[in-house]
Write a new protein. Structure first.
Length: 87
């Protein structure tokens, strides 16, 4: 019985709530900063020697931080919530 309660407490029912900056109250404008991003761009060489871009791939090696777009407060604690609600 006790373990069930602990389990429920670990996952707060906040997945339907909007993220709101606790510092300035902003709830619309946010940005993300990624550290250590590797951008890989693939090209195909044509028979005449020219190149066309085939695809862009980016890989984030470092940490991704999430910020309030109004006051730049670090809201990384909300980042998982943000990813869940990103479409
Ligand atoms: Zn803010």
């Amino acid at each position: 019985m006790e373990t069930e309660i602990a389990q429920a407490r670990r996952i707060p029912p906040k997945s339907r709530t909007r993220i709101c900056c606790p510092h300035c109250g902003n709830d619309t404008d946010f940005f993300e900063i990624a550290d250590g991003v590797v951008l890989t761009t693939r090209y195909l060489q044509n028979s005449d020697g020219s190149f066309i871009q085939e695809s862009d791939e980016s890989q984030v090696l470092g940490e991704i931080k999430f910020f309030c777009g109004e006051c730049n407060q670090d809201l990384s604690e909300y980042h998982n919530h943000f990813l869940e609600m990103l479409f």
